[in-house]
Design a protein around this ligand. Structure first.
Ligand code: SF4
Length: 367
């Protein structure tokens, strides 16, 4: 039962300025073994599983009681391995709290049909994001019945997107076969958007590697191919987002970042990558009572860990790599590469937003 009356712990509306997404990290286990996943590292850290309890329910309730209505997202591991926790959270907000909340499930998609009953019951509240690598699915991830899954979600009228991690280190990343495999799925099913993520790093058991800072990566060539690819997708009528940005660049790690991550350890972090480290310096607060949330500045202890190159970098507000550089004992960042990557990214985003001012190419030329 939710503590709906006189909760001793409150949040203020200005604690939540610009907050768009409350992410719940449900656990690190997965039934896939994706090529670029950092699961070995996650296993080593012994990340816990999120348990639903009164504090978690009360924290989410306290957010909605301020009048703010951020999306509540589930991230893992494979989130649907933690369906019991997810069900309890959704039930507490919708059935018991009476909120018309929106829940975003990031999943590899393989367990959706097995959990059909849950999707049927809460179809009006769900947005499903399936990580799917199209032409590279078999090579990077694991094949499963994507057609049956998309048809099932279509039948329930559930909004959905596919999320494609583009292998930046592969020459074929933007070939016509890749493009066709995307367009074929988007023609067949009602898929709201396509989120493209350029693979930029890999985290191994002991080390962290920034792929886009490698000498073998030609950023100019990469982005030239990428932009052609994005334009083709746009012309084909696909609603593209880059790195989760679809209308504007709204990240800011240094001030009221758009998302907070609730971790199983009871604390709140700004990004997924380091929650399992339990780094107190980067915490934004705690969701365990008494609640605490401070999103409007970077804590001095955290700042002291950030590399000087990142402190001086014009892209630091949008770059999550700075946390990795703060946590791993490795060569310093190379702004000529990583900062340039984010400059190209910003350019690509602005170009995409400009295209998207019109729903289609025909509309943009007035037809
Ligand atoms: S782009 Fe490079 S230098 Fe800039 S903040 Fe990110 S990691 Fe640091």
């Amino acid at each position: 039962m939710l503590p709906t009356e006189c909760s001793p712990y409150k949040l203020e509306r200005n604690d939540l300025e610009n907050l768009k997404d409350v992410s719940i990290y449900v656990g690190g286990a997965c039934n896939f073994n994706c090529r670029y996943c950092d699961r070995d590292f996650i296993k080593k850290t012994g990340v816990q599983k999120m348990e639903f309890d009164q504090d978690l329910a009360a924290f989410l309730l306290a957010i909605y009681q301020t009048g703010a209505e951020p999306m509540i997202s589930f991230h893992g591991g494979e989130t649907l391995l933690y369906i019991d926790t997810i069900k309890k959270i959704v039930k507490s907000m919708v059935d018991e709290g009476g909120f018309n909340a929106r829940f975003y499930i990031q999943t590899n998609g393989s367990l959706i049909l097995k959990n059909a009953e849950f999707f049927r019951q809460y179809k009006d509240y769900l947005y499903v994001s399936i990580s799917y690598d199209f032409h590279f699915q078999l090579e990077n991830r694991t094949e499963f019945g994507i057609h049956e899954t998309l048809q099932f979600l279509d039948d329930l009228n559930i909004d959905k997107q596919l999320q494609y991690v583009i292998p930046t280190n592969r020459k074929e990343a933007f070939d016509v076969e890749v493009f066709s495999s995307i367009v074929n799925l988007y023609k067949k099913y009602r898929i709201n958007s396509l989120n493209l993520i350029l693979l930029r790093h890999q985290r191994g058991l002991e080390e962290f590697k920034t792929i886009i800072a490698g000498d073998d990566v030609d950023l100019k060539r990469l982005f030239s191919s990428f932009l052609q690819f994005v334009q083709l997708l746009y012309v084909s009528g696909i609603n593209v987002a880059l790195d989760g940005h679809s209308q504007e660049i709204d990240k800011d790690y240094y001030s009221n970042h758009k998302q907070v991550v609730l971790a199983p350890d009871g604390y709140i972090y700004p990004e997924y990558q380091f929650i399992e480290y339990k780094y107190p310096e980067f915490r934004l607060g705690q969701w365990r009572a008494p609640f605490k949330l401070e999103r409007n500045h970077f804590r001095p202890e955290g700042l002291a860990k950030i590399r000087p190159q990142c402190i001086q970098c014009p892209k630091r507000n949008v770059c999550g790599l700075q946390y990795y550089y703060a946590m791993f004992d490795m060569d310093p960042p190379r702004p000529d590469k990583c900062s340039s990557f984010y400059s190209y990214m910003e350019f690509s985003l602005n170009h995409l937003f400009k295209l998207k001012r019109h729903r289609s190419l025909l509309e943009s030329i007035g037809i």
